[in-house]
Ligand binder design. Structure first.
Ligand code: ASP
Length: 319
């Protein structure tokens, strides 16, 4: 075969491949999950599958990965089942302070908000920070003021109210504050997606950790820790003991090991989550690479997760 035709075929097949592969993975947090009744498990499966399927439709119709992850995370923020948006956990001041971030692998567009208390969907505000400001992270009053200025939906604090989570913070305040109480870490939400154009996006949203100090910010709004997206390599959303995920820059590290060490997505993601376990840092992550392969390792008893790609069917798991 003529050498030019041979190379043209290779280039065409790799272009076709990146156009063909697309998919989405979502998570609803990692933790012990021991108290989950059969009924709550069914409810969780239903919500995760509904989320994956709506976000997948965007990708299937040729939509962008950033639209898919924003939609997925906002659906989960609207559900009181998860520790993000409605249903977020409480600080020691009994207030729900929320953090979120979003990133797109093309041009590394990134935006985040932290310690917001009246934004209905923190992930939508994070995207506005990315697209409509010169900054990446806005916090507290400044973030809320920006939301009012651009018309992002604001709600009363009561909208986020969650009876059991408030009781949990009241109970845990009677004990010594334990940031690494496993059972308190269920429910952060995240999504990663690859679209038909090869763009990777990732998004994460959380209420943080029960009984956290007012003003405490975890890994979820930190680009490189809770969220990372890099075209041609991978996208990651983390969940777990945020302080460790910041110190070890977990989301970026997954992609860095692929980029520099030539590891597969699965090896890179699994080895980092194992290394965290050795440090006593619990959690997990979801990731997708530029070929649409997915990984969702965790070192806790469970991690709520679901996915669908052009190569794999819609599914959800908890344990
Ligand atoms: N990573 C989140 C935080 O530390 C909590 C979680 O994922 O459960 O704020």
């Amino acid at each position: 075969m003529n050498i030019r035709i041979f190379f043209a075929l290779i280039i065409m097949s790799s272009a076709l491949n990146s156009e063909e592969n697309f998919g989405i993975v979502v998570h609803g947090g990692a933790g012990v999950m021991s108290g989950l009744s059969e009924e709550s498990q069914q409810e969780i499966h239903k919500k995760i599958q509904e989320t994956v399927s709506q976000a997948y439709s965007i990708l299937e119709e040729g939509g962008s990965s950033i639209d898919a992850v924003e939609l997925a995370v906002s659906i989960l923020e609207d559900s009181p089942l998860f520790n993000a948006g409605r249903g977020s956990v409480y600080t020691s001041d009994e207030i729900q302070e929320m953090d979120a971030s979003i990133m797109e692998g093309d041009n590394r567009l990134a935006g985040a908000v932290a310690s917001v208390t009246t934004i209905k969907n923190p992930i939508k505000l994070a995207r506005k920070v990315a697209e409509e400001t010169k900054h990446i992270l806005l916090v507290g009053d400044g973030a809320e003021r920006f939301a009012r200025e651009i018309g992002v939906e604001i709600v009363d604090r009561e909208y986020f109210y969650h009876k059991e989570r408030l009781e949990r913070v009241l109970n845990s305040k009677n004990k010594i504050s334990k940031l690494n109480n496993e059972s308190d870490k269920i429910g952060t939400v995240g999504a990663v997606a690859l679209d038909r154009n090869g763009n990777i996006a990732a998004a994460t949203s959380t209420g943080g950790m029960t009984n956290k100090m007012p003003g405490r910010v975890g890994d979820s709004p930190i680009i490189g820790s809770g969220t990372w997206a890099q075209n041609g390599v991978c996208g990651v959303s983390s969940t777990g003991h945020g302080e460790y995920f910041i110190k070890y820059q977990v989301a970026r590290e997954v992609c860095a090991r692929i980029e520099y060490l030539n590891q597969t997505l699965e090896n890179s993601a699994a080895s980092i989550i194992n290394e965290l376990k050795e440090l006593d840092a619990s959690g997990g992550l979801i990731a997708i690479d530029h070929e649409g392969n997915i990984a969702s390792p965790f070192n806790t008893k469970g991690m709520i997760r679901g996915s669908q790609t052009n190569k794999t069917n819609l599914k959800s798991d908890i344990y």
